[in-house]
Design a binder for this molecule. Structure first.
Ligand SMILES: [Zn+2]
Length: 220
C-alpha cells in the first residue's frame, strides 16, 4: 500500500473543521455583517496588524441560523480558538468595533472537530457558556509536528508538547525515520501533553507564545 505524499512546506497547511457554534440568541444581521468584516481586520498604515487582534484574518463565518462555523475553504488554519474568544469578548463589550449595536448578551455552545493536513493532527474545539477549550485528540509524528509548528500561526490549538521532542528540531528527517513514524502518525497519532488547554484572549502561553508570536510579523 502506498501512502499519499506528505504535506510540503510550499503547499501550505490545510485544516478541516466540522461542526457549528450555536449562538443564543442568534446573531443579528448587523452582528453577522460585522463578523464578515473580520476576514480582513484593520491594519495600520504601514500594513501591520492592528494591536489587539488575534491574527491576520478570522476564519469564522456566520451561519444562516445566526451561529458561527468555519467553512472548508480556508487555505490554511488561522487562530480559530483565539478569534472565537476575541469575538465573544467583543460581543460582550464592543471595544474594537466601536459599534454599541454589536454588543449583546449571548451564550455560545458547540463542539468543532479539527483535522489537520497531517493525519495525527486532530483536536476538538469545545465551547460552553463562557469557556472555550482545545482538546487534543492527537499529534502527528515528530517530523510532521515540526512542519505543523512551522506552518501554522501561534494558537492554543498548537501549544502542546510532543513526546518525541527529545529528538530536537532538524531541517530534514531521513527516509528511514519517516518510514518508521508515518504508519503510527496515520493510525494512532501521538499523545499530547497536556491533553487539553483552556483558550484565553489575550493568550497566556508564557514563553511559548513569546517565541512563536514573532512569526506573525512575517506572515502577510
Ligand atoms: Zn507524520
Amino acid at each position: 500500500m502506498s501512502l499519499p505524499p506528505l504535506p510540503s512546506r510550499s503547499m501550505g497547511y490545510h485544516t478541516t473543521f466540522t461542526g457549528t457554534v450555536t449562538v443564543d440568541p442568534p446573531l443579528s444581521p448587523r452582528q453577522r455583517g460585522w463578523i464578515a468584516t473580520l476576514w480582513s481586520p484593520p491594519r495600520y498604515p504601514d500594513g501591520s496588524l492592528a494591536l489587539g487582534y488575534p491574527g491576520w484574518s478570522s476564519p469564522w463565518v456566520p451561519t444562516a441560523e445566526g451561529g458561527l462555523h468555519i467553512p472548508d475553504s480556508m487555505d490554511r488554519p488561522r487562530q480559530a480558538p483565539e478569534w472565537l474568544a476575541w469575538i465573544a469578548n467583543e460581543l460582550h463589550e464592543p471595544i474594537f468595533s466601536r459599534d454599541p449595536e454589536i454588543g449583546g448578551t449571548h451564550t455560545m455552545t458547540g463542539r468543532l472537530r479539527a483535522q489537520g493536513g497531517c493525519e495525527g493532527d486532530k483536536y476538538e474545539l469545545r465551547v460552553t457558556s463562557g469557556r472555550i477549550s482545545v482538546h487534543r485528540k492527537g499529534l502527528p509524528c515528530w517530523p510532521c509536528w515540526l512542519d505543523v509548528q512551522w506552518l501554522v500561526p501561534p494558537s492554543a490549538a498548537y501549544a502542546f508538547a510532543h513526546p518525541e521532542e527529545h529528538r530536537g528540531a532538524r531541517a530534514e528527517f531521513t527516509e528511514e525515520e519517516r518510514d518508521r513514524d508515518e504508519p503510527h502518525c496515520r493510525a494512532a497519532a501521538w499523545a499530547p501533553q497536556p491533553r487539553w488547554r483552556r483558550v484565553y484572549w489575550p493568550p497566556r502561553f508564557g514563553d511559548w507564545w513569546a517565541e512563536h508570536v514573532a512569526s506573525l510579523d512575517s506572515d502577510p
